[in-house]
Design a protein around this ligand. Structure first.
Ligand code: GLP
Length: 244
């Protein structure tokens, strides 16, 4: 397995280390095409990027992993809004070079194809940041019978609706969109470099299954075992079921 696993003390240390890798990448390639994630996991990293005064993102491009179906970009529950709030509006990246799939597009299949074409046009993702769902999902690729390929429409599982409903929708599951657009698992795995972050005990089983278990679409994050350059940065609680 080519995955490097780094265990750190807690969320803060995880965010600090991720920040160091981010800085290094930016130094080596000021024109980096970033693959970005939402959720609570990368917020600490994004905060550090926002607080850092001398990082120049003006030549960078970014593509987010996913977006909820049906939400407009200015909806406060949309991932677009999240990214603007937590990162894009606070660094010097050109927002016209920050892309997310359009959840409110009229023709979602067309939107997915368009998104993939845009990613291909810039030569693919250089550096992908990932979190992991409690069921082992990456992006919004839920456990299934085969690994998904390009950007596609996903039916969210009850588990994901519950997890995200509790965190972001005040436990009102009715409000959580039931579908989303997500980059595919195999597409994510093509990124030239990947860092995947996990914090907290509720991620321990997903992390252990993805790292120690077989490569299976039942645990989408296990695909990372097949990638050349992957760094897991996980805190002690998330690493508590890991066998190394
Ligand atoms: C969400 C996102 C994922 C994210 C995951 C974990 O559903 N689609 O990209 O990694 O769930 O979220 P959190 O970081 O809030 O635990």
């Amino acid at each position: 397995m080519n995955n490097q696993v780094i265990i750190v003390k807690d969320y803060e240390e995880m965010s600090c280390l991720a920040y160091e890798y981010f800085k290094e990448q930016l130094k080596n390639n000021p024109k980096t095409v970033w693959g970005l994630a939402t959720g609570s996991t990368p917020v600490g990293l994004y905060k550090k990027l926002c607080d850092s005064e001398n990082l120049d993102f003006s030549n960078c491009t970014s593509f987010n992993l996913d977006e909820y179906e049906g939400l407009k970009q200015d909806d406060i529950q949309s991932y677009c809004y999240f990214m603007n709030e937590n990162l894009f509006s606070k660094i010097n990246i050109h927002t016209d070079k920050c892309f997310l799939p359009l959840g409110c597009a009229e023709d979602l299949d067309k939107e997915c194809l368009k998104y993939d074409n845009m990613i291909n046009l810039v030569g693919g993702i250089d550096f992908q940041v990932l979190g992991i769902g409690t069921n082992g999902h990456i992006g919004f690729n839920e456990p299934s019978e085969s690994f998904s390929e390009g950007t596609h429409v996903v039916d969210l599982t009850d588990q994901t609706i519950k997890d995200n409903g509790a965190k972001y929708f005040n436990n009102n599951m009715e409000l959580v969109p039931k579908r989303a657009l997500s980059m595919g698992t195999l597409q994510i795995a093509k990124a030239k470099k990947i860092i995947i972050l996990a914090s907290g005990k509720n991620k321990a089983l997903a992390v252990a299954s993805a790292i120690n278990g077989p490569v299976t679409p039942n645990v989408p994050a296990s695909i990372l075992q097949t990638c050349k350059d992957v760094i897991w940065i996980i805190d002690e609680a998330a690493a508590s079921m890991l066998k190394i």
